[in-house]
Design a protein. Structure first.
Length: 364
């Protein structure tokens, strides 16, 4: 590890292999907040979401089986997308090494897989997991250490997918005026239905297998937490979920699929026209849903299969909309809504580029 990281107390690599990722996060002890109370505090602006965390429970047997089904259905696709993205990065980065900077947690599995794919292409690649928090920004302590070690020009940011594009906007805001980075920061994702990423494998909203689990597919760490004292952002290490952990088995499954791939073309960044069309479609869909349910705070609308599913697990949902109830990619979402006794509406093309949307309940 470079001297740039000396003095930073971190949680290491979680349950990933040590070479796969270095989490630039410190371990925090934080009292859990009930989901209903957390929602009330967020919406009344008494607390920021990043200052609280709710208990994360082990996935049920049904949840696990639906994850396994998603892996069987879509594992080969994810492997192909990882390879296409790695080929694109190999073409576009000319420095001695590439520094993959994944946002905890959704970016972690993709970052690990991209690093392995880049190594197979003969490239030097390092991988870090850092925090970015909506409305507050990127963890500058972590980012500056990575810049010192690798140079800003060799950094690529990694997330799993885009929803409305809030995180891509937050990266731009966090790096605005920093001449070390391009005006359009290099964010790489698997799925970009809203057209806000620099590079994506596709614009389709699809069921990314790692997107339907939490800590147990992401190194046994929580989402990032805003620190009360200066220094690295924090996280909780969920050792109590170790017996349910599929972090490394997921990586090995996708790696096995990737080893069987035929030759692929590299992914290509969106053209200006493509990005504009995707952005228009996504914004129009969110506006339609907001109008339909009289939503004035856009943070209450969670579009995309992964975001909609996570909102049902971690927030207080009011409405869940799907394009098609028979869609295999929304079956976990439907299972969770049945558990929570939430009505699901099939709305077809009203969702625009998305296949599912959750609207958070107003609890003010």
């Amino acid at each position: 590890m470079s001297n740039a990281f000396a003095g930073l107390e971190t949680v290491g690599s979680g349950s990933y292999d040590a070479d796969d990722v270095h989490f630039l996060l410190r371990a925090l002890q934080i009292e859990v907040t009930d989901v209903q109370e957390k929602e009330r505090l967020i919406q009344t602006r008494q607390r920021h979401y990043s200052e609280m965390i709710s208990q994360e429970y082990a996935p049920s047997d049904t949840h696990k089986s639906l994850y396994q089904r998603a892996l069987m259905q879509n594992g080969a696709r994810m492997a192909a997308d990882v390879q296409a993205l790695a080929l694109a990065l190999n073409e576009r980065y000319n420095g001695p090494s590439i520094a993959l900077v994944s946002f905890v947690r959704a970016g972690l599995p993709l970052g690990v897989l991209l690093r392995r794919a880049l190594l197979d292409l003969g490239r030097e690649a390092a991988h870090y997991g850092i925090s970015i928090i909506r409305d507050r920004g990127i963890d500058n302590v972590a980012l500056e250490a990575i810049i010192k070690s690798h140079g800003a020009e060799n950094i690529v940011f990694v997330d799993g997918w885009t929803g409305k594009g809030a995180i891509s906007g937050q990266i731009r805001d966090s790096l605005a005026g920093d001449s070390r980075f391009p005006a359009d920061p290099r964010l790489v994702v698997l799925a970009d239905p809203c057209g806000r990423a620099w590079l994506a494998a596709s614009a389709e909203d699809w069921l990314i297998p790692s997107g339907i689990l939490g800590a147990t597919v992401s190194g046994l760490v929580s989402r990032s937490i805003w620190p009360q004292t200066p220094g690295l952002h924090g996280c909780v290490v969920y050792d109590h979920l170790a017996e349910h952990d599929v972090t490394m088995s997921f990586i090995h499954s996708i790696e096995t699929e990737r080893a069987q791939l035929a030759r692929l073309a590299a992914a290509q960044p969106w053209t200006l026209d493509q990005a504009a069309a995707l952005q228009h479609s996504a914004v129009a869909a969110v506006e339609r849903i907001s109008t339909r349910f009289a939503v004035t705070n856009p943070n209450r609308v969670k579009p995309g299969i992964a975001e909609a599913t996570r909102a049902v697990m971690r927030r207080v949902p009011d409405h869940v909309l799907v394009r098609n109830l028979d869609d295999q990619d929304v079956q976990l979402l439907l299972h969770l809504t049945r558990q929570a006794n939430i009505e699901v509406q099939e709305v077809g093309d009203e969702l625009g580029p998305y296949r599912a949307v959750t609207v958070i309940r107003s609890v003010r």
